[in-house]
Structures are given as C-alpha cells and as structure tokens.
Design a protein around this ligand. Structure first.
Ligand SMILES: *Cc1c(COP(=O)(O)O)cnc(C)c1O
Length: 382
C-alpha cells in the first residue's frame, strides 16, 4: 500500500486551506457573509470528504461531493409503454446525486475538483452553454469546497437568467460572457480568463468542457461498478452523450457492447472523444467502431423535436419521472427508437441512466411552452 490513508490526507488538505486563508485574507471582505463565517476546514476535513478504494494517486485526491450509491429503480409502466416487458427496464437515478440540484456532472467533478484542490486551486474556471448543468454544478462544487467559480459562456448578459443561470447566481459564481464565439473561441476566452486570474495572484484550475477528460470519466467507471453491484446481469445502459465523459467511463468498465449512447449534438465528433477517453480511463483500447452512438444528426443541440416532446410526456405520465429537453429527453427518445429497430430487445435488463438536467427544463422556453400547452390540453402538449 503506497497510497496514503484518508487520515494521512487530512493534513495536506488542511495545509491548502491554511495557505489560502493567509494569502487571501484581505479578500475575505468581499465574500458573502455565509462563506466568510464558514470555516473552510469544516468543509474539507473529515474522512467522508475523501474516498479511497484503491491505490491510484488520482483516487487518493478525489473529493466527496455527492451522495452514493444512487438508487436503481424499476420502471415497469415506462417499459410496457416502450414495448418492453414490465421487468426489463430500470432507471439509474443519477439525477439524485445530491449536490447543487444533482446530475451526472457531480461524479466527474469529484475527480477533477479533487485534483484541483490537491494542487492548491482557489478558483475553478469552466465553460459551457449558459444553461450548462456542468457549469452549475462546478459553481456548487466550488461553494462546497470554499473556493470561487468563474463560468465562461458564449453570448452576452441580459438574456434570460432562468434555469441553471439562476442557480449559478445563488452559488456565487462569476460569469464571463465571451460574446459571439464558436467552441474554439470559447476555449480561448477561458484560457485568457485563467491567465488574468493568475496575474491577479489567484490559483485557477481549468475544469474541461462538460467536466470530460479521462480523469473525470473515472466517476462513470465508478458508476458502472456501482450499477453492476445493483444489477449484475445488466444488458444495456442507455445514456445521453454530450461531452462524452459519462459514456466513456461506462464503456471503460462495462465494455462498449453494453452501452448505447444517444448523441445530443453538444460536440462535433463525440464518438472519437468517447473512444479516446474510454481507452485512457479503462486501460484497454476502444475504437470509434466499437461504440454504438445513435441519434439524429441535424436535429441540433437543445432543439425540442417531436420525439423529445413525446419522451418528456411518456416518462412524466408513466413513472412521474421528469426528464430535461436537452439530454435525458433525447436519451429516452433514443431508447424508444432502439426498441423499435431491435437494438434493445425484450427480456434483457436495460438501464436508462437518468443524468439529471431538471434546472435546464426551466431555462428552455420551448419546453416550458410545450408543458403549458399539455396542461391546457390534458392529453397532449404542442
Ligand atoms: C452533461 C449532461 C449529459 C451528458 O454527459 P457528458 O458526460 O457530457 O456526455 C447528459 N445529461 C445531462 C443532464 C447533462 O447535463
């Protein structure tokens, strides 16, 4: 055993906190009262904040942010509505990960924020769309860790501050509006933001887009192990693919043949990204050809299609389960299509991974208009 025990790690976390407190003493005045009076040590220290299951150095730096394991629930009425047998379908409730309104990003952040804190970071910087669930949870993770968050979004202020953006504000994040930029332009503004913070004497850590790299994907390797303990004979896990770290982590442990990804068009080439991260996270080669990623290219990121509308109603009315219009609604629409085309078969245990996203529903005007119409009409939205 070369890795330190969780007790060994306490002094090193404490040292980080102490250094920060000294260096930034004058700045404390600007912090909200709640944060000012909360001793950072209380947040960071304690065995439950550091999880250790193996000797890997990355594992030893992981911080506890969420509530584990998440529930695995049967979904018999949804199963039958999709054309499966009632006992075939399960929902893995990663919308219930605890921190900051929950969602899949919490598992990835335990690893990336853990690494950032171990390196002495006092500010987390990340990018995404203004309705990014990842950005919202990065802000929550920063708050819980007693450090700051800077979120770099395309566009300009003044647009609606609903949904995830409202929560970003509550968590105390600072938003940098990058203007009219593409993905590369956004990354450049984020790099510039990191440079400015460094010049100001801060210690920023850049958390990747969507929290996805091989390190963040370890959170979903862990989820896959949790899931196989709950349902050893799981045949297929259906998951929305955005930045790809979630699918990559699942593939690293379950193998590509047991994971069905549904593309949400958040990125140009998600399949290559997933293959690369799955290879690095799992230590065995996964090629793009090994992966199954469905979806309807050209629908557009975040566009509320009729198939997604149907999926939102179906989950809500069969199981009381709320999906979001950007990711999980797409994923369920993808599962429905996969049952129709025979990719997902009756009589096999299938898991729908609920990755969260509820705040995004309230930041999506078309989805809200659709839900309001459903209320008026009773049977059907739109
Ligand atoms: C980000 C996100 C996804 C996709 O996860 P990736 O790891 O980025 O592929 C799925 N569902 C929700 C709700 C998300 O916020």
């Amino acid at each position: 055993m070369s890795a330190p025990t969780s007790d060994d790690r306490i002094p090193s976390s404490g040292a980080v906190v102490a250094r920060r407190g000294t260096r930034r003493g004058a700045e404390e005045i600007r912090l909200p009262t709640g944060r000012q009076h909360r001793p950072a040590a209380e947040v960071r220290l304690g065995k439950e904040n550091t999880v250790s299951t193996n000797d890997a150095p990355a594992e030893s730096r992981r911080v506890r942010l969420g509530t584990w394991p998440t529930p695995l629930e049967p979904a018999p009425r949804l199963a039958v509505a999709l054309g499966l047998d009632a006992a075939d379908l399960w929902v893995k409730r990663d919308d219930l990960t605890g921190l900051g309104g929950g969602g899949n990003k919490v598992r990835k952040l335990e690893w990336t924020v853990g690494a950032a804190l171990a390196e002495g970071a006092d500010t987390l910087v990340t990018t995404g769309s203004p309705q990014s669930n990842h950005a919202r949870l990065t802000a929550a993770a920063a708050a819980r860790s007693g450090i700051e968050a800077v979120l770099v979004f395309p566009g300009s202020p003044g647009a609606s501050g609903s949904g995830n953006l409202a929560l970003d504000g509550l968590f105390g994040a600072r938003i940098v509006w990058a203007g009219d930029v593409d993905a590369e332009g956004l990354a450049r503004v984020a790099a510039r933001t990191v440079a400015h913070l460094t010049e100001d004497g801060r210690h920023p850590a850049l958390i990747p887009f969507g929290g996805s790299n091989a390190l963040g994907a370890q959170g979903y390797a862990e989820c896959a192990r949790e899931l196989t303990a709950q349902l050893p004979d799981v045949s297929t896990v259906v998951v929305a693919v955005g930045s790809g770290g979630t699918m990559a982590g699942l593939v690293a442990v379950l193998g590509p043949e047991r994971v069905l990804g549904v593309d949400t068009e958040a990125m140009a080439d998600p399949v290559s990204a997933v293959a690369e991260m799955a290879t690095e996270a799992g230590g065995r080669v996964v090629t793009p050809a090994d992966l199954t990623v469905h979806g309807r290219p050209g629908d557009g990121y975040g566009v509320l299609t009729p198939a997604v509308e149907d999926a939102l109603l179906l989950a809500a009315r069969t199981e009381g389960l709320v999906l979001d219009p950007v990711y999980t609604g797409r994923a369920l629409a993808g599962l429905a299509a996969a049952v129709e085309d025979g990719t997902v078969l009756r009589g096999r245990p299938t898991v729908f991974l609920h990755t969260g996203g509820l705040p995004g529903l309230f930041g999506h005007p078309a989805a809200i208009a659709y839900a309001e119409n459903a209320l008026r009409d009773g049977t059907r939205g739109g």
